[in-house]
Write a protein that binds this ligand. Structure first.
Ligand code: PMP
Length: 287
């Protein structure tokens, strides 16, 4: 079955989907994006992702290309056209197409919207969560606004590739004070030896929608969550560690910089939080 992409008002074969060479996303990384999981054909945490998208656009002073109601319809159409039961929707909005100039273009230049959808094998994803992943720490060299979900991801892709080259699956960014901020494309969590579940407080990180969902789900499980900085040493000495994102949900971390976390196996609290989050997200998903 052929894949379909959405590009500025049109559904086109994925292989032919393209944007203009002077799209500001291409030339300046002047745009934002969202990734939303699809489970059983429904979008998980849709409202959270669309609220964050609105915020990212506001912070960068980019006008939404279409109202939210239209965006929701296009997302559903993309799920149908691509026949995705389990997978992800990627959507990107840039400041539009204009002659290359650092200054913003005239306000009548419409922002660009592109969207893709693809299937992800849920069995493979679950197998990864069963096994756990390895993390490599890298210095956080990103700009001062990682709270904006900008398509400018150079430090993230470099750190993640360094992690892969070292045989790891994710990079954790370490700030100038030695504290973990977040992963290259995930939020970072630890469970201390006295069972405190800790994740970095908001500010110098992306406000993960899955992070927020896990915090909510944890309340129902009577598992308190503490939002505060934790150091790389705290993480290496932790009983459990995990990452969260729309694609990873909660996935256990079993080593950091080659050092085993806990007994080197996925932790129990992590598995409980993963199950509780997924149950909640699926129950909340709307058609
Ligand atoms: N931090 C970063 C840097 C990310 O790129 C992502 C994934 N987009 C996350 C955290 C997790 O966010 P979410 O749970 O909304 O996918």
């Amino acid at each position: 079955m052929s894949r379909i992409a959405y590009v500025n008002g049109q559904y086109v074969p994925h292989a032919e989907a393209s944007v203009h060479v002077e799209d500001r996303g291409y030339q300046f990384a002047d745009g934002v994006y969202e990734v939303c999981a699809i489970a059983d054909g429904r979008l998980l945490d849709e409202t959270g992702h669309l609220d964050r998208l609105d915020r990212s656009l506001r912070e960068l002073r980019i006008d939404p290309p279409v109202p939210r109601t239209a965006l929701r319809i296009i997302m559903r159409q993309m799920i149908r056209l691509n026949r995705v039961r389990h997978g992800i929707i990627y959507l990107q909005i840039t400041r539009g197409v204009a002659p290359r100039d650092h200054f913003f273009p005239d306000s009548d230049v419409p922002s660009s919207l592109v969207m893709t959808a693809r299937a992800v094998d849920p069995v493979r994803a679950a197998a990864r969560a069963e096994k756990g992943i390895a993390v490599l720490s890298r210095p956080d060299i990103r700009w001062g606004r990682p709270d904006i979900k900008s398509v400018s991801l150079l430090p993230n892709i470099l750190a993640k590739q360094e992690a892969r080259d070292a045989g790891c699956d994710e990079a954790w960014f370490i700030d100038a004070n030695g504290f973990v901020t977040e992963g290259g494309s995930t939020n970072a969590w630890i469970v201390t030896t006295d069972n405190q579940v800790i994740t970095r407080d908001l500010g110098r990180i992306l406000a993960g929608i899955t992070r927020a969902g896990i915090i909510r789900a944890a309340k129902g499980e009577n598992i308190p969550i503490i939002e505060r900085p934790f150091s790389l040493d705290d993480a290496i000495g932790a009983k459990e560690a995990f990452i969260s994102s729309a694609t990873a949900f909660a996935t256990p971390v079993i080593s950091i910089d080659g050092q085993k976390i806990g007994n080197g196996k996925p932790g129990q609290i992590t598995q409980r939080l993963r199950a509780a989050y997924m149950q909640q997200a699926i129950a909340d998903a709307k058609d």
